[in-house]
Design a protein around this ligand. Structure first.
Ligand code: BGC
Length: 351
């Protein structure tokens, strides 16, 4: 368990109540234990993810390096030493796999991913790998379903013998034609393909509609698969976090938007995360905020305030997180100057 996580009063009361019930019903608890599913516990795994960072703009660029980030193996030591528990590694497999069956992934690319995953695991970090920027599946889901499933069959087989600290996240930010209803079907098929070789590995599954909280109520998971962690991305208020973002239409008028941490602003974040935590508690699913961050065009003071507030608010609700991202436009680390942006790092991992 990550002891730095501090449940809020509500959560503390809930855990106390659960403890009392468990003590009073020892026999029943024992029989429940006997029936606990084999393999890693998804709640424990989510806690193990703790505080993380995304290695963004590297392996999910069309080719690594084209978005100015090439992962250096020493990054993982830096990340570990800075106090992080995990990394999320976004990967654009679709740019390195055949377009026709059997949709083979190019061996040199697989070897590059092997190398990066090994370097991260060697530092004792928990590692999430995903399918990222599979843009074609968003536009034409049904044509790409067989390829999506085939990609997961290959990735899962490749990493079947890796430690439990490696998890697979099915797809980054389903959107467009990959609606919430379709996504429920696709994720079930993806999970089935992975389970052929990895019956108990923890899998991470996100929401439709760009991975946001709005689509959480529509998410349906295979009820009997208890090795799942639910992920969502948090960029609210969007006009603050994405001001001036080149990839977001009409985001220039948002430039200058600040985040002061006023009671109203704090309450908005708290209410969002409360809704997520309630959804998860009812379904007994752990949560992971796999992306959150504010782009470099916002003022640094606001970014620091927002980042610290969102991170602590997540932790208070037992939600692990990964900051978006390590060393690019949202970067907590300045790769040119070889140094952390200390105020951002302190916001993420207070000393
Ligand atoms: C996308 C990135 C983007 C970030 C914030 C990620 O999921 O892959 O390209 O910078 O979200 O918008």
């Amino acid at each position: 368990m990550n002891l730095r996580f501090r449940p809020g009063a509500g959560a503390a009361r809930l855990f106390l109540a659960l403890g009392v019930i468990a003590a009073l019903t020892g026999c029943r608890a024992r029989s429940l234990l006997l029936r606990a599913p084999p393999g890693p516990d998804a709640h424990e795994y989510a806690r193990r993810l703790g505080r993380g960072v995304n290695l963004g703009n590297a392996l999910e660029a069309p080719n690594e390096g084209e978005w100015s980030v090439t992962i250096r193996s020493e990054y993982f030591a830096l990340i570990r030493q800075a106090g992080f528990d995990s990394v999320r590694i976004p990967i654009r497999w679709s740019a390195h796999a055949d377009a026709a069956p059997p949709y083979a992934i190019a061996e040199p690319f697989l070897q590059r991913v092997d190398e990066v995953v090994a370097a991260a695991l060697a530092e004792g970090l928990a590692v999430v790998i995903n399918i990222h920027h599979y843009e074609e599946i968003m536009k034409d889901p049904s044509s790409h379903l067989p390829r999506f499933v085939a990609l997961w069959r290959q990735i899962a087989a490749r990493y079947r013998n890796q430690p439990d600290t490696l998890s697979f996240e099915l797809l980054n930010e389903p959107t467009d034609q990959l609606t919430a209803a379709r996504w429920n079907d696709f994720l079930a098929q993806g999970i089935r393909a992975i389970r052929e070789t990895n019956p108990y590995r923890v899998l991470i599954v996100g929401t439709a509609e760009w991975g946001g909280l709005r689509a959480l109520p529509a998410l349906e998971l295979p009820e009997d698969d208890r090795h799942l962690v639910v992920t969502f991305h948090y960029y609210e208020p969007f006009a603050f976090t994405h001001q001036g973002a080149e990839w977001v239409n009409n985001s220039d008028p948002w430039l200058g938007t600040t985040w002061e941490g006023s009671p109203v602003q704090q309450q908005a974040v708290a209410a969002d995360l409360d809704r997520a935590a309630e959804w998860a508690a009812v379904r007994n699913r752990p949560l992971y905020m796999g992306e959150f961050g504010a782009y470099r065009k916002a003022d640094m003071e606001s970014r620091v305030r927002w980042t610290a507030f969102v991170a602590r608010a997540a932790e208070a609700r037992w939600i692990s997180w990964a900051y978006w991202e390590f060393c690019s436009g949202f970067g907590a680390y300045d790769a040119d100057g070889d140094s952390w942006r200390q105020p951002l790092l302190d916001a993420l991992n207070p000393r």
